[in-house]
Write a protein that binds this ligand. Structure first.
Ligand SMILES: [Zn+2]
Length: 73
């Protein structure tokens, strides 16, 4: 499993369906095929990032990144 935000593999499991990325400090809750993403603020509060990550991003995050590497010389 990788972080869908920064693609780090430095993921900690904090619950049965909850994961926390130590690299960018987001929390991922996976319920069935639904993914909820939260930003954990310094004061401990969380804000939803679901607007940034749609469910289809779970499948293959590489696909959305291809544009970055498609630069030909
Ligand atoms: Zn991350």
């Amino acid at each position: 499993m990788k972080c869908i935000n920064c693609h780090s593999i430095d993921i900690g499991k904090i619950g049965p369906h909850q994961y926390f990325c130590w690299n960018c400090c987001i929390e991922m809750n996976i319920v069935g095929d639904k993914l909820d993403v939260y930003q954990v603020e310094e004061d401990g509060s969380v804000s939803s990032l679901n607007d940034l990550f749609v469910a289809e991003d779970i499948g293959d995050p590489q696909e959305t990144q291809t544009e970055i590497y498609s630069d030909r010389r």
